[in-house]
Structures are given as C-alpha cells and as structure tokens.
Design a binder for this molecule. Structure first.
Ligand code: PBG
Length: 330
C-alpha cells in the first residue's frame, strides 16, 4: 500500500460528508445478519421479565410464535430457542431433552406452522434438563463425554423431527458433530444444518443466561473441563477445523465482543460461515448501563454489532436482534 504524503492525501476528504462516508464504508449491518435467541416457558399469554436481562422476557409458546412473526417481518432470518424447563422435569437421565412434546419441540412445531419461512435453530445440550445443571451427564463428579454424545444424538433427532432447520450443539463434548451428522443423514434429514458452538469458552459472561433458563441453581462448580480456557487461541482453530471435518456447516465463537480476535482468525483461516454469539452478559452490560442513562444504548448496540461484521463474522446471535433490526429498517 502506498500513500501520497500530506497534503496530497487528506483522509478527512472521504469523511467530510455523509455521502462520502457512505461511499467508502467497508462493512454493512442488516437485519439479515441476525439470529435471535428467545427463551421459551410453559403457559399461555405469558411474557415474564428476566431480572438480569432488561428488555428480555421468557415467552410462552403462543408468544414465541408472535415473536417469530415479528422477527420475520423485520427481516431477521432465524430464531433460536432456549427452553426454561420446569424443575420437576429435570432428572439425572435428562430424558426430557428428547421428549417429542418438550417445550422446545412444541415451540418449533408451532412456529413452523405459523411462520414457515423463518429458520429455527435449536440448542443441543443437556443443561436445561439436567438435575446436575451441566451440559453432560455427571458420574462420580465427572462430566462424561461419550455417554453424553449418545444422548445429544437423541436430542438432535427429536428436534429435527419437530422441524428444526439448524441444530446448535452448545455442549462442547468431543465427537458430537460427527455423531450428530451421521444420525441426521441416516434418518433422512439431509438439509438440516449444524451450526457448531465450536469455540465456546468457559466464560463468566453467561451468568444472566443461566438465570434465564433456570440452570444457575442446579449448577455446581464450573464448566472448565469441557468449555475452553479464555487464554487459548490456537486451540480454537483446531476445534473449528475438527468440527468442519466432522460435518458442521457453520461455526460459532462464543462469547462475542471479548473474542473478536478469534472470529477474525477463524474467518481468515477457514472461510466457512462464521458466527459470533453476543451473549447474555454482554447484553446485560449494555442494556443495564443504558437503563441507567450512563450510555446511549441504541448507539452502543449498533456499534457493537458492526464490530462483529468488521471482524469477519457472517452473522451474530444477539438478544438485540429485533431492536437493532427496527433501527436499521428506519
Ligand atoms: C448452555 C448454554 C449457555 C449459553 C448457551 N447455551 C450457557 C453455558 O454454557 O453455561 C449461553 C448464552 C448466553 O450467555 O447468552 N448449553
């Protein structure tokens, strides 16, 4: 890159008006970049606020359908379902995870029926159903891998049968992508995508989410034996490569903003569809500060989302999806 010296080059020329700024803008943010995570609970007509996530509610299935309709009309291509499971349905064997009538599957069928054009992403992990609060089975204090993968496959198939378009394994067990892909192919779900939570870090930024899905109470200890060490970057590349080789269509880095360096490395190294999850703690920091009037929430929201595009992401899972889409649509 060569640059003529000042004053032949004045960078302020291309910043001098809105028109010029539009012309030289390198990245764009549109509602088409968003996947909207929503929390589903039982009941009817229920919108239950989540204390640590101002502006986010747990929705009953009928309200989730309304949310999907709104998302679709705003141009948001996908909605991601997280169930808030009744304590009484949590067990050691996590059987509710593959119950065809569980909340997630009921919500999937209801959305498919009412808003067939929005893509539905579902969560594969045992934590919402696990009396131990972990993403995998716990045996003698150890989160076991291979037996958990068998359960994740059952969970996946129940979601695919209900009509899920994108399977999102968030559990971080080894070998799950290959097992899930083989099971989907064997049962004829050729077009069901896998968006793997490939580089998911053991992060304190998930705190409000665990309240939202009611997993905070059950969880003892931490998730460091399966989620990644925040100090590592090369390991993320190896995980992404492994998951792509096992049949992931899309890959994710999580959390988002504190891990933009990983997003950029992933996009540059593999060129695969790359997503970041702007997680609950990131949302809470922005929404909480905005609520107090300490920051301009709308501007920070859009600036933080643009950062993901600049870092190479193809899309973002964000609780801000509808608010951001409304702003972007003017
Ligand atoms: C668990 C899961 C978590 C999130 C999505 N799926 C939390 C965790 O790993 O404890 C976090 C999402 C967020 O914080 O917004 N399977």
């Amino acid at each position: 890159m060569t640059q003529a010296p000042f004053p032949a080059t004045r960078f302020r020329r291309t910043r001098a008006s809105g028109a010029l700024r539009d012309l030289v803008r390198e990245n764009t943010l549109t509602p088409g970049d968003f996947i909207w995570p929503v929390f589903v609970r039982d009941g009817e007509g229920v919108e239950e606020p989540i204390g640590s996530m101002p502006g986010v509610n747990r929705l009953s299935v009928d309200k989730v359908v309304e949310a999907a309709r709104e998302a679709h009309s705003l141009g948001i291509p996908a909605i991601c379902l997280f169930p808030y499971t009744d304590e009484r349905l949590k067990t050691k064997d996590c059987a509710e995870a593959w119950n065809p009538e569980n909340l997630s599957n009921r919500a999937t069928r209801a959305i498919k029926e009412a808003v067939p054009d929005i893509a539905i992403m579902t969560d594969v992990a045992l934590d919402p159903y696990n009396i131990d609060g972990h993403d995998g089975f716990v045996e003698d204090g150890v989160i076991v891998n291979d037996r958990t993968v068998e359960a994740l496959v059952k969970q996946t198939l129940s979601q695919a049968r209900a009509g899920a378009d994108i399977i999102g394994p968030s559990d971080m067990m080894d070998g799950r992508i290959g097992a899930i892909r083989a099971a989907l192919e064997a049962e004829g779900h050729q077009n069901v995508c896998i968006l793997s939570y490939s580089a998911k870090y053991a992060s304190a930024f998930y705190g409000p989410f665990r309240d939202a899905v009611g997993a905070s109470g059950a969880l003892k200890g931490d998730k460091k034996t399966y989620q990644m060490d925040p100090a590592n970057s090369d390991e993320a590349m190896r995980l992404i490569e492994r998951d792509l080789n096992e049949g992931a269509d899309m890959v994710m880095v999580k959390p988002g903003l504190p891990y933009l360096d990983i997003c950029r490395r992933v996009k540059d190294s593999f060129g695969a569809p790359t997503y970041a999850y702007q997680v609950s703690g990131e949302y809470a920091m922005i929404a909480g500060a905005a609520e107090r009037g300490w920051v301009d929430g709308d501007k920070i929201m859009l600036e933080s989302l643009m950062a993901f595009k600049r870092a190479g992401c193809d899309g973002i899972l964000t609780y801000f999806a509808p608010a951001a889409a409304r702003m972007l649509n003017g």
